[in-house]
Every structure is written in C-alpha cells, then in structure tokens.
Design a protein around this ligand. Structure first.
Ligand code: ADP
Ligand code: ZN
Ligand code: ZN
Length: 802
C-alpha cells in the first residue's frame, strides 16, 4: 500500500482526476487518506489531498510525494466521499469541492512551524531538534530526519503543536498557566522554611496553597505586581510548574450566556418532536418538513431534539441563514448547550473560524451552529441535521461548487442514518411539494406558543395616495401610525426592499440612464462621495453635471435608497430617532450587532433597513412594521419573484407583536391585487402554495421540472454566442424528447467586466445522464478555456437566473 492517490490543487478540467504518487519510506507509517500533501506536478510543487492508499498503479515510474502537511487527516472518510459526490452533483472539479469543505486557513498558502508546549523533556531526537527553542520551522524537521511518527505522537500527547502561518504569526493562541508542582502540604512546608526576604514568593506560594489549580501566569504577575524572575525562582525550587495551553479565540464568551432549561412543550410541539425523536433513537434517516408560523416554537423543538442527540453521544449540525446568525440566535444555543457549541459564520476572522472548526475536528463540541458551509462540519457521528428557514436563498452557493446546503444535508443524513429537519414559516414550493407527495414528512405548527394572533396586515394602495396628492414615500396611514407609536414609546421596523430600488441616475429631459460602460446595468448613485458605481464590477465615476446625451442639467438620481428614505423620514417626523441598517452601515465587523443592541436598548424609535432586518429579530417593543413598497420585488426577471415576495412579507410581518403588545403591519403597494401580496396579508400559505403551483405548472417551472443553466462568457461577443450555439446543438442531440432547451440567449446581465455573457437553459423532468453529458461537453472546450480565457459554467439548480 505504498502508493497514494492524490487530487492536486490545479483547478483545470483537464486534470480533474487522481494522480498516483509513491509514498517515501519515512511517511509510510503515518500517511492516511484525508491528509494534505505536497507533490511534484510538472515542474511545480503543488498541494493535494490524499483520497486513498493503494498497492498498485497503472503507471510505472511514479514520482514520490514530497511532504505531508497534516499530522492527522483533515477530511474524514465520509467527507472524502462527500467531496466526490459534491463535485459530480454540481459538475465541479474535485479540488474545488474539497476546498469548499474546509476553512480558509487550510486552503491558503502558508508556512508551518512547530511549537514546543511542554516544559517536560521530549524524546531525545526532538530535544536535539528544538535545541532549547520554543519555535522551529517545519523545514528543519524535514531536514533533521526525525521520524514523523514520533512527531505525530508528541502532537497527540500535547507536547508540541503545529501552526499554519497565514499572514499573522500564529494561528493558534497559547497562554502560559502556573500550577503547584507538588502536593499542598509540601508547599506549606516550603512556605514555612522560606526566608522572610522573599516576600513576593511567599505571597504567591500562599495563594497557590489556597487555590491549588491552574492559574494564568499573567493574572498572577498582575495580581502580585511582580516579575517573571520571582516565578522562575519558585519554579527552580520545584514548587510551581509552568505549562502552556492552547486557548481558542472564542468570539462568544460562553460565560455571558444565561443557562436555559428545556421548556414544557405545547401539544403541537410534542406532536412534531415525537417522530423526530423516534428516528434519532432508531438511527433512521428521514426528512421532516416543519412548517410552523413565526413564533410557533420551532427553535425549542430543535433544541430538544439536539438534547437527545447529545445524550446519545452523537452530534448535531444546525444551519441558519447568515443574516439571522444574530447574537439572539447564538444565545439560544449557547444558553442551552454552553461550551458544547461551536459557531461558524462569516463575521469571524479566518483565525476564529479555524479555531471553531478545530473544536469540531477534535470532537470538543457536539453542536455546530453555522451558515451554509457548516453543513460540512467534520463530525463522525451525526445524530441530526437541522436547516432553519429552509427557504432562504443563502443556502445556495453561487460559486463553484454550486451546491444547495439542503441537498448536502440530506446526503449526509443518509450516510449517517439520521433525521434531517427543514424548518420554515414559508417553505419553498419544492420542499412543500415533496412533503405533499410523502417524500418528506410534513408537520405543521399553526399556533404561536403564546396563543397571540398574528399581527393584522393592512394594505395601502399607493396609487390612491398619488391621486390624493401625496407624493411622498410614506402613505398618510403609515405616517399617522408611526407618530402614534412614537408618542406611546413603542418601536417601528421599516422595510425597504433594496433590490427594487436601485438608485440610478436619469435625465428628466431625455430619459437617458447612466449605465456601466462594462456591464450593461444602471450605475448606482452614492451620495456620500457624489459618485456613480457599478455593483457588478468596481467601475466608478463622478456624478455628471450635465446629461451626456442632451446636455440638460436636469440629470438626477432616481429611485430611493435607504439613505434617501432616512432623510425624508426625518423631515416627515422630525422627532423620530432613526437607525439605518443596510450594506453601507453594516460593513464594519460587529456593526450589525451594535445597531441591533442600540435598537433593543430603545435608543431609536425606528429601525429602517433592507431584507436583512426581516429575519429572526425579536424585539418586544416593536408594534408596527411598515413595508414601503411590497411590489418592488415582483418585477424582477425571475420566476420565483412571487414566492420571494410572499416569503418576505410573511417574515417581516412576524416581527411585530411577538410579545405582550399587539402588533400591526402596513404594506404599501402599487399592485394590491397581486395574489402574493393579498395572500401574505392573510398569512395564507396553503392558498398561496396552491395558486403558485398552478402558475408553475402552466409555465413549466420547478417543482414541475428541473432546471440547468449553462453560462458562457468571453471578451469577444461572437465567441460567446458561437460557443453557446455549439453547446445547445450538442445538448439537443443527446437529451430526451420532453426536455426543453432554451437559448442561446444573452444573460439578463449581458456583460460583466467587459465579458459578454450568453446562456442556455435546460428544462427537464428526467435526464439521468444530463450531468455526465454537460461535463463532457464542457471538457470539449478545455483547450479554449485554458488558452483563450473562455469561461463555461453550469448551475444544476439555478436560483440566480442572471
Ligand atoms: P419560531 O422559531 O417558530 O419562530 P421560537 O422557537 O422562537 O419560534 O418561539 C417563540 C417564542 O416562544 C420564544 O420566545 C420561545 O422561547 C417561546 N416558546 C417556545 N416553546 C415554548 C413552550 N413550549 N412554552 C413556552 N414558551 C415557548
Ligand atoms: Zn438628457
Ligand atoms: Zn460594471
């Protein structure tokens, strides 16, 4: 078994396969699948993942692998299989799939070093190697010819540690602790014998007699206002020992979370939890769709199911959308399971993410709460996977590998024979249809735990406002209601649907719209620096004084951004204190949380924001939710726009009146008759589902068909078109009769960064060979992709149709 099969880090279609390498003698004992290695590739050295060891190869004269980067595998056997499956499922390269499953730190280029942790002696070879130093470079280890097995053993024993250095010096953080070196009675004896001149030593020793435990060195130094020399003296007398311990950068201070206990479940909750528990205990896989209105106690069900999993000695993954990974959400899990929870989300630094990941990797926690990629948590005994707000778009990755976390979760649920829960107040049509067909098990929670009714939704027709001479963004009814709440000391959430409100610049004289010269989309006006920016590429230019087309000076920005609304809001109600939450005000790390805390502390009357305020927030003092223009999303070129509108309106309405005070929702719209606005105002999911399913059937959209989108881009327009034509032609030759191929057509955004984008869409019901076919078609263009910068990508479950 001295041959390693390696997936190399060369992201090109032509080398999307394993390569065989000879394992040198010195690595044979320790090399295991799932470790990263350095291998020669052509004239270069590249990183790769060992996926298997084998005794024979079809090739002669194999090259030797050069180095091993991990001393324990970073991918479990299950994740190695999963990576392969993921690549095939999403038509991505194997290397891309593996990279997607690991934290950034393990992907970057880095240097490695070894750190000595123990003050006890190491094996002779290692002592020679370290030669009195605390840190040595990894290369030294290689050159010294020390057996790797020995190093591995020392690492497992906690005597030394490996660090990956990305930019910052150490990715792991160590702190020195002191503890008594001998029994307490011996310390007491020593204290009595000690010279009275050594006052500090006496004090410190007395302290450790009181508290014979590990205490941070820095704490002692500070407390006794002393220096390292005094400590050294105590160490030399063999009274205290110093030890270095790794501490994790814990972004959430566990002590700060108040402990919570399981609540007595309501009848509904019990009924929902029961079959899940059964599956947990019988190690059975199934998918449960938990359709529960906001406030129906879904999270409590998750918590109690996880408790069973923990008691069984197994592990749980909870996925929540990135934007709802708020301190409130984290608190609920940390409050129940304390330090048994790792949290993974994008607001963490690379180092913090790596630390959290390693707590999972080392089995130091049993629960992971995280955004999309947490679905790859390297647990080996999964007992449950939960996806909260399963309808959220952020579960779909829009880069290679273009996977949906739901599919990965279900696949892992099958591997581990454990249940998967999909929870939502507004499930996707796809999931709900599957539940209707019995593919998933449906459970409905139609009551809030506090028996409070859902807030009343009032629709305001903005056309009537215009007729009545009100040209502002705020209807009279919304204005009056806001003023009333502010008077009563209650709070308001205002939602502005950003996507419909690009703040573009238009000439009122001739209608000319300023567009990006590279991307064919309107430029966005940024008031703070008076510049126009493209949201797709980074092009920007100053706001023009005159229309470039007709020279009129009536060129103005149009549409409304949150900033603009904030201004007119403070004009309309001068006494209102407004907090604005959008991409601009939340860019800085921690800004999002800070704004929410301010709002919770009642430092503002109105929270004004984009979609990001619609999720998971729970403020007891909010009694009014206003939606400024509900229909702005309805007009996007996307077959899911009605569904998205329904989901957003339902979610945001759930923000009001969750506690004692009754809530109200005001929805402003220019199309009050539209069914998704109408039905959302009655919280009628089933009716919406039935109506929307008819629409989807009529126009043949998911869930009635599957979609695959192939996008081609190139600097040369003709090349982009012709390539897409060739692809369409080949596809037509091989797909079944019922399969529809649309295109070639320009992508809705037909040019980005000076590249022309063309696409074709496959609509199919059954095409078992489609993935293989598309993969093969793309491979035919390998040469052009490498030499001519042609790009072709496939998305097997497109959500963004642009
Ligand atoms: P959802 O996740 O469905 O929106 P939550 O789990 O947030 O609902 O529950 C809403 C509120 O009801 C929370 O404040 C929660 O603590 C409370 N709650 C949940 N289950 C119970 C229960 N069985 N008894 C009392 N309160 C509960
Ligand atoms: Zn003009
Ligand atoms: Zn652009």
């Amino acid at each position: 078994m001295n041959i390693a099969k390696v997936i190399v880090d060369v992201p090109a279609g032509s080398i999307n396969q394993t390569f065989d390498y000879e394992i040198p003698e010195r690595f044979q004992e320790m090399l295991r699948p799932g470790m990263r290695v350095i291998v020669p590739f052509g004239s270069r050295k590249v990183m790769g993942y060992v996926v298997a060891r084998t005794g024979e190869s079809d090739f002669d004269h194999l090259k030797e692998l050069i180095d091993i980067l991990d001393l324990t595998p970073i991918l479990t056997p299950e994740l190695l299989d999963l990576g392969k499956w993921l690549a095939e499922e999403t038509i991505s390269l194997y290397i891309t799939a593996f990279q997607a499953m690991l934290p950034q730190v393990l992907k970057a280029n880095y240097k490695k070093e070894l750190e000595r942790l123990t003050t006890e002696s190491l094996s002779e070879q290692l002592e020679v190697l370290f030669a009195g130093r605390d840190f040595i470079s990894y290369e030294e280890l290689g050159n010294a010819g020390v057996s790797f097995y020995q190093v591995q053993k020392a690492i497992q024993a906690g005597d030394i540690a490996v660090h990956y250095q990305v930019k910052s010096r150490v990715t792991k953080k160590h702190i020195t602790f002191l503890k008594p070196a001998r029994e307490v009675y011996l310390l007491e004896e020593a204290l009595q014998d000690m010279s009275n001149k050594a006052k500090k030593q006496q004090e410190i020793l007395a302290f450790f007699i009181e508290r014979p435990e590990e205490i941070e060195l820095n704490y002692i130094l500070k407390k006794f206002g002393t220096t390292r020399a005094v400590i050294n003296a105590l160490q030399n007398k063999n009274l205290l020992t110093a030890l270095k311990k790794e501490v994790y950068r814990n972004p959430h201070d566990d002590q700060a979370f108040e402990k919570t206990a399981a609540l007595t479940l309501t009848k509904q909750q019990q009924k929902a939890l029961k079959p899940v528990r059964q599956h947990i205990h019988e190690d059975r896989h199934d998918v449960f769709l938990l359709h529960g209105v906001t406030g129906s106690g879904k999270t409590e069900i998750y918590l109690q199911a996880i408790q069973d999993v923990i008691d069984k000695g197994e592990e749980a993954i909870v996925l929540v959308p990135e934007i709802s990974l708020t301190p409130q959400m984290v608190r609920r899990f940390k409050g129940r399971f304390g330090s048994n929870v790792a949290v993974l989300h994008s607001a963490l630094s690379h180092g913090e993410k790596y630390d959290e990941w390693r707590r999972v990797h080392r089995k130091e926690v049993q629960v992971v709460v995280g955004a999309r990629s947490a679905v790859f948590a390297p647990f080996e005994n999964l007992g449950i996977i939960i996806i909260d707000e399963e309808h959220e778009n952020s579960y779909k990755q829009e880069d290679q590998p273009r996977y949906h976390a739901r599919d990965v979760a279900i696949h892992r649920g099958e591997n581990h024979q454990c249940p998967v829960i999909l929870g939502s107040a507004t499930p996707t049509l796809e999931s709900y249809a599957r539940a209707q067909k019995g593919v998933y098990q449906l459970t409905t929670l139609n009551k809030r735990t506090n028996d409070k009714a859902m807030p009343e939704v009032n629709i305001v027709d903005m056309r009537d406002e215009l007729h009545a001479g009100n040209r502002s963004m705020f209807s009279r009814s919304l204005k009056d209601n806001m003023e009333e709440r502010i008077k009563r000391g209650e709070q308001i959430v205002l939602l502005l649907n950003r996507r419909g409100y690009s703040t573009f610049v238009m000439c009122r004289e001739c209608g000319h719209v300023k567009e990006c010269p590279h991307c064919d989309i309107a430029l966005t006006f940024h008031k703070y620096n008076n510049r126009l920016k493209c949201h797709y590429c980074s092009f920007e230019e100053p706001m023009p004084m005159y229309c470039p087309s007709c020279s009129s000076d009536l060129i103005r920005f149009f549409g409304t951004g949150t900033q603009r609304i904030e201004e007119s809001l403070t004009q309309l109600i001068p006494e209102a204190r407004v907090l604005r939450m959008d991409v601009d005000t939340t860019r800085r790390k921690g800004a999002h949380e800070k704004l929410l805390t301010q709002f919770a502390n009642k430092e503002a009357d109105i929270l004004l924001g984009t979609q990001m305020i619609a999720k998971g927030l729970d403020f007891e003092n909010v009694t009014l939710v206003g939606v400024l223009t509900a229909d702005s999303m309805l007009n996007l070129p996307d077959f899911r726009s009605s569904e998205k509108t329904f989901q957003l309106l339902t979610q945001v309405s759930g923000r009001a009146g969750r506690h004692e005070l009754p809530g109200e929702v005001i929805v402003q719209t220019y199309t009050p008759e539209h069914y998704s606005i109408e039905m959302a105002s009655h919280y009628n999911f089933i009716q919406f589902y039935q109506h929307e399913m008819k629409v989807r059937k009529k126009f043949q959209y998911p869930p009635y068909v599957f979609l695959a989108l192939i996008t081609v881009s190139h600097q040369n327009h003709v090349t982009a078109v012709q390539t897409t034509q060739k692809i369409v032609k080949t596809l037509r030759t091989y797909v079944g009769e019922d399969t529809v191929i649309l295109g070639p057509s320009p992508s809705p955004i037909s040019r980005v960064k000076d590249r022309y984008r063309w696409q074709c869409m496959v609509k199919y019901k059954q095409e078992p060979q489609l993935r293989t076919l598309i993969y093969k078609i793309i491979r035919q263009f390998d040469e052009e992709m490498r030499k001519d910068d042609l790009q072709i990508s496939a998305d097997m479950q497109p959500y963004q149709l642009m």
